[in-house]
Ligand binder design. Structure first.
Ligand code: NGF
Length: 289
């Protein structure tokens, strides 16, 4: 469960249906070319919050089938509808997913007691281990060290996917909970998080740039910071251009240019205009041979 996990992309057709053949190709690219250590399924990058329960299950099944035990799988089952979260948690647990993960409930500005109750309720019903998905910039949910401690009190909560640029809090969590799994969530900050001894990272750009992410992580583990920095620099050049051009659409187009049927993004995300398609292809050629 340690190392570089891709926040797996999903291939959708023009009508928003899951393209299973394309999804399998994305998985193979991740495993065979990017050589990632695991997959995080139906996260933000998987456009999870834009799809139906049936589609989520279809994706969980297809991924499980294609991976066939090659790497560990984490299923993001978090939903504002707690019944859906429990249903999905049971579904993936029955299939054999190594862990579940759930984004902190958002939109209604839940207080911390409600957030804690959300996780405890899921874990009473689902016989699996859980990784908290904390992404304050998108959810508006900011938790402090004491609140993480309360969530970690539940022994089935085995870690956190920490997607925030708060290295003070990250260091405090690492120091206070040496036995919990901590995954860094911002790919452009992988080196800095690795220095703080995170156990791994989960990210969108690993779908195309997983090999460099693995190198950064490995160099830091070996204490070779200058080597890690050189690769983080190229990685950040790539990430800046991808962000500028449209994050998920550009990653999909780069995959497409590598022969992977990555499809399009779900509405309301818009397809790339022609000039931006060309920019995406150029980024792919420049950084990912
Ligand atoms: O896409 C976002 C939104 N964050 C991802 C990652 O934290 C999301 C990150 O890789 C994720 O893991 C998931 O799909 O659940 C960024 O895309 C990357 O660092 C570029 O900024 O913030």
């Amino acid at each position: 469960m340690k190392g570089i996990f891709s926040a797996l992309m999903c291939s959708f057709d023009e009508r928003g249906n899951v393209n299973e053949k394309g999804l399998r190709e994305i998985i193979r690219y991740n495993l065979d070319v990017c050589k990632v250590d695991g997959l995080y399924v139906n996260g933000s990058t998987g456009e999870n919050f834009l799809i139906s329960t049936e589609q989520k299950k279809q994706i969980f099944e297809t991924v499980y089938d294609e991976v066939g035990g090659e790497v560990p799988l984490i299923a993001q089952i978090g939903s504002l509808n707690i019944d859906e979260a429990i249903d999905l948690g049971k579904f993936v647990t029955g299939m054999g997913y190594n862990a579940i993960s759930a984004v902190t409930p958002f939109y209604y500005k839940f207080n911390f007691e409600e957030i804690k109750d959300y996780y405890d309720t899921i874990l009473k019903e689902v016989d699996n281990q859980l990784i908290i998905y904390s992404i304050p910039a998108l959810t508006g949910v900011h938790m402090n060290l004491d609140q993480f401690a309360e969530l970690f009190n539940n022994s089935k909560v085995i870690g956190v996917k920490f997607t925030a640029p708060d290295f003070y809090l990250l260091e405090r969590i690492r120091h206070t909970f040496p036995d919990k799994l901590i995954y860094s969530g911002f790919d452009e900050m992988l080196l800095s998080a690795s220095v703080l001894n995170v156990d791994g990272a989960i990210g969108s750009t690993f779908n195309i740039n997983g090999q460099r992410a693995k190198q950064i992580f490995d160099f830091v583990q070996k204490g070779q910071l200058q080597e890690a920095l050189a690769i983080q620099k190229v990685t950040n050049d790539l990430i800046s251009e991808v962000l500028e051009n449209g994050l998920y659409q550009t990653i999909k187009q780069i995959l497409q240019s590598k022969g992977v049927d990555a499809g399009v993004c779900r509405k309301p995300m818009k397809p790339l205009a022609t000039e931006k398609l060309e920019v995406a292809n150029t980024i792919g050629k420049r950084y990912l041979q």
